[in-house]
Design a protein. Sequence first.
Length: 66
Amino acid sequence: MAFKIEVNFDACESNGICMDIAPDVFEVRDDGFLYILQEYPSAEAMPRVEEAVPRCPTQAITLVEE
Ligand code: SF4
């Protein structure tokens, strides 16, 4: 069982909150867009991803079970 990160880029405001929590997974670059560095987050990164999901103010991040 793996978890995949999906981001609704139409809802994302690129405010970097997820990057502050999990900088090894989320990165807002100088171009103003959010990039997902680990589409399938490592076990080590998962707790921070799970923290970032509810803290996204636009609820743009979803964890999908595959
Ligand atoms: S916390 Fe949400 S709105 Fe902010 S950059 Fe991450 S996905 Fe986008």
